[in-house]
Design a protein around this ligand. Structure first.
Ligand code: ADP
Length: 221
């Protein structure tokens, strides 16, 4: 696949009540890029995450993900697009508490329809890729914050989606764990994954190859 992974064209999102959280943004993210969407609180980052992650639809303008125009798809097909083409990483990890690291990662392949044994095999391989080959049977509460985020990253990439979308991925981590999570994301990018990090932290953004700066719902640089 060679076309862009994300194309926003004149995207506006106005919430009921009249707040325009995103105003006329055009943005292209190519395959293999790594970029930060950075801006202060209230600048529209979460709204962008929801639009790019196909969790919300624009009020006007178009959103294309890996060549698919989100507006032309039914809700059901948008869900399939999201499951197959976007890996999500959240600030608070969102792991299932009673499940081993392997089974949390295997959940990232639920859409694939593969049998559990095969999903577990791939999950173990993904955990090895993120440096957790010796933690595959641990439950989330038996892992450090940085390790939990690594499990969440393994879950996000186990299906090899064209886009990895990380929302404040180091927001709940101490600085050493945060640095190692960022190093892991940079390593995935070096191996070919397209990575988009949403952050309020300028220093994190400046550590990435490209910064998309937002203010008051607009891209400023
Ligand atoms: P950020 O993630 O950068 O903090 P947001 O995208 O959450 O920014 O918010 C951008 C603006 O849109 C803010 O002024 C916020 O108050 C407003 N906003 C966000 N979500 C909603 C909503 N569901 N309804 C109304 N206004 C919203």
């Amino acid at each position: 696949m060679t076309g862009p992974v994300v194309v926003l064209d004149g995207v506006t999102r106005t919430y009921p009540g009249g707040v325009s959280a995103v105003r006329g943004i055009s943005l292209t993210i190519e395959h293999g890029e790594m970029a930060a969407i950075v801006g202060p609180s209230g600048s529209g980052k979460s709204t962008m995450l929801n639009l790019i992650g196909t969790l919300d639809r624009p009020t006007s303008g178009s959103v294309r993900i890996d060549g698919h125009d989100v507006a032309s798809l039914t809700d059901r097909r948008v869900s399939a697009l999201r499951a197959q083409r976007i890996g999500f990483v959240f600030q608070s990890f969102h792991l299932a508490p009673g499940q081993s690291a392997t089974d949390n990662v295997a959940d990232g392949l639920l859409y694939s329809g593969e049998p559990l044994r095969e999903r577990r095999r791939r999950a173990t391989a993904a955990l090895e890729r993120v440096g957790l080959g010796d933690r595959v049977s641990h439950l989330p509460h038996e892992l450090s914050g940085g390790e939990r985020q690594r499990v969440a990253i393994a879950r996000a990439v186990v299906g090899e989606p064209p886009l990895l979308l990380a929302d404040e991925p180091t927001g709940n981590l101490d600085s050493a764990s945060g640095a190692s999570v960022m190093a892991l994301l940079r390593g995935l990018h070096a191996a070919g994954t397209t990575v988009l990090v949403i952050t309020h932290d300028r220093d994190i953004a400046l550590g990435l190859p490209r910064q998309v700066s937002m203010r008051d719902g607009e891209v400023t640089a």
